[in-house]
Design a protein around this ligand. Structure first.
Ligand code: P1T
Length: 384
């Protein structure tokens, strides 16, 4: 069973392994599992926080998609991130992170983890020299998002992993934007992949969840211990929803990408647009790296409107099909202003330093009919 979509559909849901031959995983709601004797109380499933058959089925499927030995499912992307940091680092240790990250990830680092004595240095990981210079004796981890949220910057996973491993750093890649269909960081040398499964993996904007994929036994053991000890697990029903979503990941991603590419080209040629950020465009400064390390460019893009915050606000409020909403990766198109929404928790000065202008608009391109999406954007431009 080798092909991506074959794995997405079948791993973790094999009829031969089901009690009644079910072709989809049952939802095991039971919180606890009875035993015949005291000798058995520690064997098999014991209590659903520690392990649950439905979550197990999802974890097998998610591991297969990232070519990982193991996966762990959590109640949100941030819960997955928290588990990585708390289980693998201790007070006094240091992380080098990409300077362009989801606002909530930076908030977790700066306002929660720092209180426990973990240090963070933010660098532009497009530049390997800056990364090298940021490595300190107490550095233990490098945290990559690629493409980044919201500026679609790329980090060279292979080159960073090689340099990081010379210094015994653990390489974590947040693969939420690309999805495992378009990018597989473990294959490129990373140690840990993290996802907000709320996004493309779930795919239908109806479940909040997170996942960690890893192949190293020791790293897995530590994170598995914390998954149970801290307890931010994904529920059986949410696990089932993600399994259902993942089966169509490949066909959804192809369509997300098709629409995103066309919309990126349309925006790039529009006189009211200053700049478009999409790795599939030849004008993207890292287009060659995107072609090398990704199998496709995904469904996320950002652009700068001519004008400022007021114009951006008028534009997004005029749209009817693109919902004005945070989040991304669902079948429906979403639009938002990072400065006011997803990245509002980052101080303005810091936002401007990494390149997030007030007029930046981020789009999660859905899988609707392309003509309808372009008509809707035209409506927005008419309001300016
Ligand atoms: O929302 P949650 O499932 O906890 O995932 C956090 C997260 C982690 N990593 C990336 C790259 C993300 O984009 C997110 C969540 N992002 C949004 C809600 C957003 O609108 O960008």
């Amino acid at each position: 069973m080798k092909g991506f979509t074959t794995k997405a559909i079948h791993v973790g849901e094999e009829p031969k392994k089901m009690q009644y031959g079910d072709v989809v995983s049952p939802i095991h709601l039971s919180t606890t599992f009875a035993k015949e004797s005291i000798e058995e109380v520690e064997s098999g499933y014991v209590y659903s926080r520690s392990a649950n058959p439905t979550r197990d089925n999802l974890e097998k499927k998610l591991a297969a998609l990232e070519n990982a030995k193991y996966a762990l499912a959590f109640s949100s992307g941030l819960a997955a991130e928290t588990t990585i940091l708390l289980s693998l680092l201790k007070k006094g240790e240091h992380v080098i992170a990409f300077d362009d990250l989801y606002g909530g990830t930076k908030r977790l680092f700066n306002r929660v983890m720092m209180r426990f004595g973990i240090g963070f240095t933010y660098v532009d990981l497009r530049d390997l020299d800056l990364f090298r210079k940021a490595i300190r004796e107490e550095s233990r981890m490098v945290w990559i998002e690629t493409p980044t949220n919201p500026l679609m910057k790329l980090a060279d996973i292979k080159a960073i992993s090689e340099l990081a491993h010379e210094h015994d750093l653990i390489v974590v890649v947040d693969n939420t934007f690309a999805s495992p269909y378009f990018q597989q960081p473990l294959t490129l040398g990373a140690d840990i992949v993290v996802h907000s499964v709320t996004k493309y993996l779930g795919g239908h904007s109806d479940v909040v969840g997170g996942a960690v994929m890893v192949s190293d036994d020791e790293l897995h053991e530590k994170m598995r211990f914390h998954q149970n000890a801290v307890g931010a697990i994904l529920s059986p029903f949410d696990s089932w929803l993600v399994m259902r979503g993942v089966k169509t990941l490949a066909v959804r991603m192809e369509r997300h990408q098709y629409n995103a590419m066309k919309i990126a080209e349309y925006l790039e040629n529009h006189r009211m647009v200053d700049k478009v950020y999409y790795p599939g465009l030849e004008s993207h400064p890292q287009h060659e790296l995107a072609k090398r390390q990704m199998k496709g460019f995904g469904g996320m893009l950002s652009f700068e409107l001519r004008g400022g915050l007021e114009e951006a606000r008028r534009f997004v409020e005029a749209l009817e099909i693109f919902a004005l909403a945070e989040s991304l990766g669902g079948v429906e198109s979403l639009i938002e202003i990072p400065a006011l929404m997803t990245h509002a928790s980052i101080p303005r000065e810091e936002r401007l330093k990494v390149g997030i202008k007030d007029s930046l608009i981020r789009v999660s391109v859905g899988i609707e009919d392309l003509e309808d999406l372009i008509d809707d954007l035209n409506k927005g431009f008419k309001h300016l």
